[in-house]
Design a protein around this ligand. Structure first.
Ligand code: PA5
Length: 410
């Protein structure tokens, strides 16, 4: 299970002062008193029949293709990208399924063209993912990949190779999927984009890459059991939410998520969306940033040590990550021991320099711990935003930008 620790600095001495407030927020989440909180009980009441179908389709993709093109943006891609990077080992060496390529997550013409060229001579399937069904970036990419798929395989075969993940009944993508006869998976009504990684949005690409989605859901269920406990002393997701707010109230309005494994950079990107879109509203909120250690010590270390004292740092760590032969640095030390020493040195330097440090640790880098981490952070993010007094489950700022783009396109 996840281990949380933090320095008992002055700012966080009074963690139990807001116990009744945070308990109330957790009860509201559990009682479904707030809109868009389907993710809270999702690990225990997700649609098992749909997950069965996801596994079947993933097996079909693995048998018939080398590449899955996953088209989506924001919450419709970051969770799957974070998961596949976290689980694939380096250079994809632990991936047991197809290569998953992400498209529709921006408007770079060059990226789109070169990605189309990259898959053109490969055997591919497409999973187009959009909850609303009308977001510009994935719509543009889907149009091009659909055309390539139909040209390469013909309309009938393309119909089998295109799978849409979208709303169960409405939206342009749902209409198109029904018209064209594509298979569809559902983004549940009461789960917003950045809370959707454990639905079909994340599960199909993760399963197609060859990972065990049952274990992922088991990890999420472990976290559900642990972090729905209303006793603050026993609930680390609640404690983390409270500690972040205590730092914020003391002028620390930037949280730096530091990871030690290069393949966790996209996990940090997922965190940035989760916290940024959930919490930063009404001119309030903690700006989420990220660093990857030790590389970024050599670019951002100066700022962390000696820049403006308005940050706290959350290290996300894997304790024991070796299932293969170790690489020695010396008779006594492995290379990861150096990573650990660098971490201790950095934490001490940052703490001493006025940047409080929080540690969040899991034992291994696998599907189960990933499910635990996803749920832990969704729960702490929801609680943290509620403590701050904002609605964690809407995104008026994103809608505003989408509206402006539509206006300009006219
Ligand atoms: O979290 C969110 O709601 C957003 O980031 C969305 O995931 C993102 O804008 C993509 O939206 P959609 O899935 O509707 O295309």
């Amino acid at each position: 299970m996840i281990k949380l620790s933090f320095e008992k600095a002055n700012e966080v001495k009074n963690i139990f002062e807001c116990e009744s407030k945070v308990k109330g927020h957790l009860k509201d989440l559990l009682d479904g008193k707030i809109d868009m909180t389907g993710w809270v009980k999702h690990p225990i009441n997700y649609d098992k029949e749909e997950v069965g179908r996801i596994k079947e389709v993933a097996e079909e993709i693995k048998s018939n293709a080398e590449v899955l093109v996953s088209i989506g943006i924001g919450g419709s891609y970051l969770g799957a990208k974070a998961a596949i990077d976290y689980l694939s080992g380096y250079h994809g060496m632990k991936r047991k399924g197809v290569e998953v390529i992400f498209a529709g997550n921006g408007l770079s013409e060059k990226y789109l063209k070169e990605t189309l060229d990259y898959v053109e001579n490969k055997n591919f399937y497409i999973n187009v993912i959009s909850k609303s069904g009308g977001t510009l970036e994935p719509a543009v990419a889907f149009d091009k990949f659909k055309a390539l798929c139909e040209k390469k395989y013909g309309k009938d075969e393309a119909q089998k190779r295109i799978i849409a993940t979208t709303d169960k009944s409405k939206g342009i993508l749902k209409e198109e999927a029904d018209r064209e006869g594509y298979r569809t998976f559902v983004v549940p009504d009461d789960i917003g984009g950045r809370y959707s990684v454990l639905s079909a949005v994340g599960l199909l690409p993760i399963a197609a890459a060859g990972f065990d989605i049952d274990k992922l859901m088991l990890g999420a269920k472990n976290s559900y059991d642990a972090y729905t406990n209303v006793d603050l002393d026993a609930n680390d997701a609640m404690k983390y939410a409270v500690v972040r707010n205590l730092y914020y109230n003391n002028g620390k309005d930037i949280e730096v998520f530091s990871t030690l494994s290069p393949n966790m950079q996209y996990f940090a990107e997922w965190l940035k969306q989760l916290f940024g879109e959930s919490e930063c509203k009404g001119h309030k909120g903690i700006f989420p940033a990220s660093l990857n250690m030790t590389a970024d010590l050599h670019s951002m270390g100066q700022l962390m040590q000696d820049g403006k004292r308005n940050m706290f740092e959350t290290f996300i760590m894997i304790e024991d990550d070796f299932d293969s032969e170790r690489v020695r640095y010396s008779d006594k030390l492995f290379v990861d021991d150096l990573n650990d020493i660098a971490l201790r040195a950095t934490e001490k330097a940052h703490n001493d320099g006025g940047v409080p440090v929080i540690e969040i640790k899991v034992e291994k880098q696998n599907e189960e711990t990933l499910g635990e981490l996803f749920y832990f952070f969704m729960m702490s993010c929801g609680l943290s935003a509620l403590i701050l007094g904002v609605n964690p489950f809407n995104q008026p700022g994103v809608e505003e930008y989408k509206k402006n783009i539509k206006e300009l396109l006219k």
